[in-house]
Ligand binder design. Structure first.
Ligand SMILES: Cc1cc2nc3c(=O)[nH]c(=O)nc-3n(C[C@H](O)[C@H](O)[C@H](O)COP(=O)(O)O)c2cc1C
Length: 194
């Protein structure tokens, strides 16, 4: 089975550098053997999550289908006040068990390094029993994008992220699926058995 990587773009800015970098990372994931999809929340806006009302819309359905389809995800956000975009947090709020046993990579467009924004995404993912690649890729549009083209240095960081996500993510996912199917009750996957 081909490993499936879903990218989540969460800047609503036209020509967003975080989404540009994400698209390039997905191309690299494809080069490393994965099937990929991009869920760009600018094109697929989600209503504000409301736990008291099970809303349905074509956009919510698409987001759910894409997340369930995925084996691993790349979360990409602009740095807003040292944190993730509201669109990203709202996206994360829609999911919980769907993230368990999947590995996540992180991209943040920032004037600084976006470390706190990436840490906060990591916290949300850990809370849902997702795994995280231990580093993230930060994108500075003034340094990493020259005349609309990304620099070789950023390209190299994005390729490393894509490669590591495909390689490590596949190992973790395969073990999680194996544990789901096994009879053992003392594994973290066992609580997700239906
Ligand atoms: C509401 C808002 C808050 C921001 N806060 C920060 C910040 O705390 N630190 C920072 O480095 N950049 C901050 N920025 C700048 C953006 O992170 C930066 O321009 C980023 O490259 C935008 O990414 P995008 O092109 O993917 O939309 C902020 C921008 C906006 C609109």
């Amino acid at each position: 089975m081909t490993f499936k990587v879903l990218g989540i773009g969460t800047s609503l800015r036209e020509g967003a550098s975080s989404t540009t970098a994400l698209s390039i990372a997905l191309d690299f994931a494809k080069k490393h053997g994965a099937e990929t999809r991009l869920l760009d929340l600018k094109q697929t806006p989600l209503p504000l999550y409301d736990p008291t009302e099970a809303k349905s819309s074509p956009e919510i359905k698409k987001a759910k289908d894409d997340v369930i389809w995925s084996d691993a995800l790349i979360l990409s956000t602009p740095d807003y006040h040292g944190s993730m975009s509201g669109a990203m947090k709202n996206f994360l709020d829609y999911f919980w068990a769907e993230f368990a046993g999947k590995t996540f990579g992180y991209i943040c467009a920032s004037h600084e390094k976006g470390l706190t924004a990436m840490d906060q995404m990591r916290t949300a993912v850990r809370q849902c029993y997702g795994w995280s690649i231990p580093y993230g890729v930060s994108v500075s549009d003034s340094e990493d994008i020259v005349n609309g083209k990304i620099t070789p240095k950023l390209e190299s960081r994005l390729e490393m992220l894509a490669r590591d996500l495909v390689v490590y993510g596949d190992i973790i996912r395969q073990q999680f699926v194996k544990d789901l199917d096994s009879a053992s009750s003392n594994t973290f996957a066992s609580r997700y058995r239906k």
